[in-house]
Design a binder for this molecule. Structure first.
Ligand code: SIN
Ligand code: CO
Length: 385
């Protein structure tokens, strides 16, 4: 199926261009049968097994006897399946399962720089995380059973204080929908919502991140720490005896201000920072390195026959002249920019593309292979992705 067909089915009768113009970051959209006949690739048992893992981020939320409770994973035991009002939520399922990764990547009319992850929740009857809002855009795809969503454009987003979860103090629902498997609800950021399971239910959330400027500013200053270069030291050979020993003199302030103002942030600094920041693996994500590192010639022989594919955990983005992979930047050799952009966009290179790459790129592929960032798929032909 082509990308256009897949997207138009995901958005019903609405084209991606119309969705972006009328709904994205603006208002909710309910798509009945966004994925007709949707079969959840991960069921409740497989999800519970993931939630028990150390390398997977999970939460258990319950509202037993009207008391909200939150437990962070790994979740080694769960309430009984026939007990009402609990919910298990597993973040980043796309990092661990090919089918979930492929499902998340069907939203490829949106830039990867905004894509966060696929989260899956399982809830028993009455279960949910309460009325709340998120700071991110989210597509809520019903995967199993039914969920009743109530949503509101309310401006009052005050939260109940001193709860382990973010729950709205005043929720005034304006619309209500019951979602069946394959139905999908898009919500823009800060849209109040409450999803309650009607019987056992699974919801897949495809989330899109939007970092706050405060976060970006703090991380940028951290990044710049490594490159600050201010030679010299404060000096005052003309200092005179002072009358007021505790005073910081205007002369001292002036000299320090002049030197501090020499620090400049170039657009290149900001580009490199942003690319590295956006591709950095989240805490707790570990790459599966190959059992043995390979010599360059042996790697090239294999990759030239099989092509290469990015690991599910790898994040790759690019600008005109720089490629970013998993928090590192790589200057793109001019002749290989189409090839590397292809790798970033399609997450694979065919055998023929590997053979056509310049030596610098082949060496980079080799080192990314040894980091576990990409691999040589067994039994791939060299067709264009
Ligand atoms: C859920 O799946 O239970 C919660 C999803 C959300 O409200 O964002
Ligand atoms: Co939410």
């Amino acid at each position: 199926m082509s990308t256009t067909q897949q997207v138009s089915s995901l958005l019903g009768e609405i084209t991606p261009a119309r969705f972006m113009a009328e709904y994205w970051q603006k208002r909710p959209l309910l798509v009945r049968q966004a994925i007709p006949g949707f079969q959840a690739p991960i069921g409740p048992e497989a999800l519970a097994a993931m939630a028990a893992r150390e390398d997977v981020e999970s939460r258990l939320v319950s509202a037993f006897d009207g008391q909200w409770q939150l437990q962070h994973g790994p979740l080694t035991s769960l309430p009984a399946r026939d007990k009402r009002e609990w919910s298990m939520l597993v973040q980043g399922v796309n990092l661990h399962d090919d089918a979930c990764d492929a499902l998340m990547r069907r939203f490829n009319f949106l830039p990867l720089a905004r894509l966060d992850d696929l989260m899956i929740s399982f809830a028993t009857d009455g279960g949910g995380v309460g009325p709340h809002f998120d700071s991110y855009d989210v597509f809520l795809l019903q995967a199993h059973g039914q969920r009743r969503w109530r949503i509101s454009a309310q401006k009052n987003l005050d939260l109940i204080p001193d709860l382990p979860l973010k729950i709205l103090q005043h929720f005034t629902p304006e619309q209500e929908f019951v979602l069946e498997p394959g139905d999908m609800l898009y919500l823009p950021p800060h849209y109040a919502h409450d999803g309650v399971a009607l019987g056992d239910c699974m919801t897949y959330s495809i989330g899109f991140r939007a970092p706050s400027f405060q976060e970006l500013g703090e991380q940028f200053l951290q990044f710049m720490l490594d490159s600050i270069d201010l030679p010299g030291r404060y000096a005052d050979p003309d200092l005179k005896p002072v009358k007021h020993v505790a005073e910081i003199s205007p002369a001292m302030l002036k000299q320090v201000t002049r030197e501090i103002n020499k620090m400049r942030f170039t657009s290149e600094d900001i580009t490199v920072f942003l690319g590295q920041y956006l591709t950095e693996a989240k805490p707790g994500v570990w790459f599966d390195t190959p059992q043995e590192t390979s010599a360059f010639d042996a790697f090239l022989a294999r990759a030239s026959a099989s092509g290469v594919r990015l690991s599910r955990k790898s994040q790759m983005l690019y600008t005109d002249d720089t490629l970013f992979i998993n928090g590192e930047s790589y200057e793109i050799p001019e002749n290989d920019s189409a090839l590397l952009q292809n790798l970033a966009n399609h997450r694979r290179l065919s055998a023929a593309q590997v053979r056509a790459a310049g030596q610098d790129v082949q060496e980079a592929l080799h080192s990314w292979h040894d980091e576990g960032w990409l691999f040589c798929p067994a039994g791939e032909d060299d067709a264009q992705p």
